[in-house]
Design a protein around this ligand. Structure first.
Ligand SMILES: Cc1ncc(COP(=O)(O)O)c(C=O)c1O
Length: 462
C-alpha cells in the first residue's frame, strides 16, 4: 500500500447530496484500505463507482479533500487498480490535509514540517538544481549537511569534546555486532556484561556471544515486564563493558535511571528513546541509536563513542563497522546514507526549534501519562503488563478486554482506530495486543485523539 495520497473518482455519488457531480474524492491510505475492504466484503459493490459513499459519513472515510476535478476513468477490469497511481498522479498532502495519526513503532511518524521541507527541497536542494539524493557524499554541499547534523546533535545532547559522533549503516542490529567487535577487546578477558530486559537486548547479547564471553548479569526473566533490581546484578569488574537497552521497543520497558557499573564502560542502545529526554553522555562509553523512531528515517544509525575506546577492534571486524576507520574518515569511509542524514538534520533542527530534549521530555511525559492513566482507571478493561516503575514513555503496550487480551475486542479496537485514522497500534507479533508508540513527532493532540477513542471504546464495550 502506497503511503501517499491517492485519488479515486466517484461518479456514482453524483446524485447524492454530499458530493458534487463527478467529484473526485482524495482519500487517505487508511480510507483506501476501507474502500478495498468494502469491495471485498460487499459483493453488491462491484467497483468503486458503485459504492454509495454518501451512506457513510465523510469523517469515517477520512476524506481529506473533495474537488471538482474528475479523476481518470477507472480501469474496468480491475477497479481497485485505480487506487494506486503513478507518482506523478498522486495527490500530495499539504500540512493542513494530513489526517492519519501514525502510532507505529518504527519507521515512525516524522514531524509534518520536516516532511514538507523535504518535499520542497527534494528536486532542487538549496537552488543547486539537484536533489540530496543525487549529491556526492564528498561534495562541499553534503559536507555542510553532515557537519550541521553533527553540530545540532552535539548541541542537543551536550556531547563532550572527547566523544566522536558517527553516522553509520547497518541499523541497530549492525551495532549489536559492531559494539562487541570494537569494544570486547578492551580488556584481556574479552567478556562483556549484558542486562537483558527485552527482545532487543536479548538479540544483542546473542550476537555478542560470537565474539567473546557474555555474562547476563541476572537470572533469565520469565517475561519482559520489569527491570531486575540493580542490587541483584552480578556485575563482573573484568568485563570490557556493560550493555543495556534503555527502551525496549517491543515490550515497553524503559530505564528511568543510568545503571551504575562501578567504573566499567557503559554501552546503551537508545534506538527508541533517543532525544526523547536529556541524557548525560559523559556517563556512557558508547550510545547508539537507529534514526527511524525519534530522529529521522531508516538507513542511518548514530554512534556516539568516547575517543579512548576506539582502536581496540577485533581483526575480524568488517572495515565499515570499524569505529577507528569510520571516525577518522568522518563517517565517509564508504558512501554514507546521505538522504537519511539530511532528514535527521531536519528533525534535529525541529527538536532544537521546539525546545530541545527537555521540552521533548515534558511532552513525552504528558502524552504517555494520558494513556497510562486511562489504562489504570479502566478497572482491568485495558491492561499494561509492565511494572509501573519502568513503563516506557515511548511505547505503551496494552491488552484490551482482559489481562491476556480478548481477541474479538482487540480486533474491533484496531478496526475502530483505523476508522478514526489511527494506524500502527497493533502490538509486536511476538507479544500481541496493542502498542501505542508516542515518539517525539507524535503530538499531544494525537495522544488526546487516542485517549478519547480509548475512553469511547471502554464505554461501549465494558
Ligand atoms: C531498541 C531497538 N534496538 C535495535 C533495533 C534494531 O534496529 P534495526 O531494525 O535498525 O536493525 C530496534 C528495532 O526496532 C529497536 O527498537
Amino acid at each position: 500500500m502506497s503511503a501517499s495520497m491517492v485519488r479515486a473518482t466517484v461518479r456514482a455519488v453524483s446524485k447524492r447530496r454530499i458530493l458534487p457531480t463527478r467529484a473526485a474524492l482524495t482519500l487517505t491510505p487508511a480510507a483506501v484500505n476501507q474502500v478495498r475492504m468494502l469491495l471485498q466484503d460487499k459483493p453488491e459493490y462491484t467497483s468503486i463507482d458503485s459504492i454509495p459513499f454518501a451512506r457513510y459519513p465523510l469523517r469515517k472515510w477520512n476524506c481529506i479533500a473533495i474537488t471538482n476535478t474528475p479523476g481518470k476513468p477507472r480501469n474496468k477490469r480491475n477497479p481497485s487498480s485505480n487506487l494506486t497511481k503513478s507518482t506523478s498522479e498522486r495527490h500530495i498532502p499539504t500540512m493542513e490535509q494530513k489526517t492519519i495519526i501514525n502510532f507505529g513503532a518504527g519507521p515512525a511518524k516524522l514531524p509534518q514540517s520536516v516532511l514538507c521541507q523535504a518535499q520542497k527541497e527534494l528536486v532542487n536542494y538549496g537552488g543547486l538544481g539537484i536533489s540530496v539524493l543525487e549529491m556526492s557524499h564528498r561534495s562541499a554541499d553534503f559536507s555542510k549537511i553532515l557537519s550541521k547534523t553533527e553540530s545540532l546533535l552535539r548541541e542537543l545532547l551536550n556531547i563532550p569534546d572527547n566523544y566522536k559522533v558517527m553516522f553509520l549503516q547497518g541499523g541497530g542490529s549492525g551495532q549489536f555486532s559492531a559494539v562487541p567487535l570494537n569494544l570486547i577487546g578492551l580488556k584481556e578477558d574479552k567478556c562483556a556484561d549484558y542486562i537483558v530486559t527485552g527482545t532487543w537486548s536479548e538479540k544483542a547479547a546473542k550476537e555478542a556471544e560470537k565474539y567473546g564471553k557474555v555474562n547476563v548479569v541476572h537470572p533469565k526473566l520469565d517475561s519482559y515486564t520489569k527491570i531486575p533490581e540493580p542490587c541483584t546484578w552480578n556485575l563482573n569488574p573484568a568485563a570490557s563493558y556493560v550493555y543495556y537497552c534503555s527502551n525496549e521497543t517491543v515490550h515497553g520497558v524503559e530505564y528511568n535511571f543510568v545503571p551504575e557499573t562501578n567504573g566499567v564502560v557503559l554501552v546503551s542502545d537508545m534506538s527508541s528513546n533517543f532525544l526523547s529526554r536529556p541524557v548525560d553522555v559523559s556517563k556512557y562509553g558508547l550510545i547508539f541509536a537507529g534514526a527511524q523512531k525519534n530522529v529521522g528515517c531508516a538507513g542511518v544509525t548514530v554512534v556516539i563513542v568516547r575517543e579512548d575506546l576506539i582502536g581496540h577492534t577485533l581483526n575480524e571486524c568488517p572495515v565499515v563497522f570499524d569505529y577507528k576507520v569510520q571516525a577518522s574518515n568522518n563517517s565517509l569511509y564508504n558512501t554514507p546514507p546521505v538522504f537519511s542524514i539530511y532528514i535527521m538534520g531536519l528533525v534535529l533542527e525541529w527538536i532544537h526549534n521546539n525546545g530541545g530534549t527537555a521540552a521533548m521530555e515534558t511532552l513525552n511525559k504528558q502524552k504517555s501519562s494520558m494513556i497510562y492513566d486511562i489504562i489504570s482507571s479502566s478497572s482491568g478493561f485495558y491492561v499494561c503488563p509492565v511494572d509501573e516503575a519502568c513503563r516506557s514513555r515511548m511505547n505503551v503496550p496494552f491488552r484490551v478486554g482482559k489481562k491476556e487480551g480478548d481477541e474479538a475486542l482487540e480486533k474491533k479496537f484496531l478496526e475502530g482506530a483505523s476508522q478514526r485514522g489511527m494506524i500502527g497500534l497493533k502490538g509486536h507479533r511476538s507479544v500481541g495486543g496493542m502498542r501505542a508508540s508516542l515518539y517525539n513527532a507524535v503530538t499531544v493532540e494525537d495522544a488526546e485523539a487516542l485517549a478519547t477513542y480509548m475512553k469511547d471504546f471502554l464505554k461501549e464495550h465494558q
